[in-house]
Design a protein around this ligand. Structure first.
Ligand code: NAD
Length: 367
């Protein structure tokens, strides 16, 4: 059902099946295709549309160009009782991600802690999915992520791009009585997907989210994509400006350390020009730490975590009728709403997904 001229609302189950059918037709095994559908939908359900089904046409193109590979498994480069270095062989992040997380969970259950260095994974999408997987197994987790081959963000004080949008994610497990807490954000002031939406006439990004090549701050998406031609595809390689890191030197420093931990320490690659003709191929590196609360804290861990979250929420709101939310709360609310009422997509996003489906001979359901 179209609920606004520029928006199409699709039932979650319908959308997930369509995305799975597309990837199955594109050459993935059925199991992998369903997993990709499930995780892309999961980002939309959490409200992070920039990392959801909007990625389908680009992922299919990458598969067809050999930039991401179907049916890959992890290669263990080296490992020990509490650590492993893993190579994702440019497999789909939706396949490589859960394999890497499950190894981290297994090791942390034995030792109380584990550290998993993952290199050369296809796009890992919404990193919160991986902290949620660990939390479902009862573990806290910390994830630092970079993008080899991606270059979008200027360092603090600079104009030229040196980082990607390098996300950081921390998950704290809940139990039946305590909700899980999930902090999951890009280290750029806004995600690239939000600039993309603004470039198509959607919600503008804040002034100062981008920097022009002459050093002036701006909200103009042309800084990232070059001159904007209506309805032409947007390519961040065409812009001469950059995204700006959040929080001045602090966010920029965090993005820098994501490159060090997820790009250099994993043995993968950093943001920057890629030698050897791999231009256009991106991969995620991810340094993850898993912690078993039972090995560090008392049996009252969940009760104390809940009590503190309640104390934070009880801070008086700055606006009358306002509310303090804890990390993960906006996503949980959005998930409940979208499961009940469907997933709104920009009409342009839905059209692009349908075009990809038809090009592969997949029937498109009525939204
Ligand atoms: P964002 O700016 O929307 O921030 C989200 C975080 O802030 C969440 O933890 C959320 O619970 C919390 N939050 C939001 N509003 C809040 C409020 N009012 N009170 C308290 N907490 C609140 O996220 P983003 O930077 O746009 O990132 C979006 C997604 O993009 C993330 O899931 C991230 O993992 C993903 N990402 C992935 C890559 C990649 O290479 N795979 C790169 C960049 C970003």
């Amino acid at each position: 059902m179209a609920d606004a001229e520029s928006t199409v609302t699709v039932a979650a189950a319908t959308l997930q099946t369509l995305i799975a059918d597309i990837f199955a037709a594109a050459g993935c095994g059925r199991e992998e295709a369903e997993r990709i559908g499930r995780y892309l939908l999961s980002a939309n359900l959490a409200g992070h549309d920039s990392h959801g089904v909007i990625r389908t046409p680009r992922y299919v193109q990458w598969l067809q160009e050999g930039k991401v590979r179907a049916g890959q498994a992890l290669t263990v480069v080296n490992d020990g009782p509490v650590h492993a270095t893993l190579d994702g062989n440019w497999g789909f992040g939706q396949t490589i991600g859960p394999l890497a997380v499950d190894l981290g969970i297994a090791k942390a259950r034995e030792a109380g802690v584990s550290v998993i260095a993952l290199r050369h994974s296809g796009h890992l999408g919404r990193i919160g999915d991986w902290a949620e997987r660990a939390a479902e197994a009862g573990l806290a987790s910390i994830h630092f992520v970079n993008v080899e081959g991606g270059e979008l963000v200027a360092p603090f004080g600079g104009v030229d791009r040196r980082f990607s949008t390098n996300p950081v994610c921390i998950g704290i497990p809940g139990d039946d009585a305590a909700p899980m807490l999930l902090l999951d954000f890009a280290t750029s002031l806004v995600a690239e997907g939000k600039v993309l939406v603004a470039s198509n006439g959607g919600k503008p990004v804040p002034q100062g989210a981008l920097v022009r090549p002459d050093g002036r701050f701006t909200d103009d998406p042309a800084a990232l994509y070059g001159p904007l031609v209506p309805s032409a595809p947007r390519d961040p390689a065409m812009g001469e400006g950059a995204l700006v890191a959040f929080g001045l030197h602090k966010g920029s420093g965090l993005a820098f350390m994501c490159e060090m931990l997820a790009g250099v320490l994993t043995g993968g690659g950093t943001s920057g020009p890629i030698p050897g003709g791999k231009r256009g191929r991106i991969s995620n590196g991810m340094m993850s730490i898993y912690l078993d609360p039972a090995k560090f804290s008392g049996a009252d861990f969940h009760a104390r975590a809940r009590a503190y979250a309640d104390y934070v929420k009880a801070s008086r709101p700055v606006t009358p009728g306002g509310e303090v939310l804890v990390p993960g709360e906006p996503e949980a609310r959005m998930r409940a709403a979208r499961l009940a009422h469907g997933v709104p997509l920009q009409a342009q996003t839905w059209t692009a997904i349908c075009a990809t489906a038809r090009s592969l001979g997949v029937a498109v359901p009525a939204p």
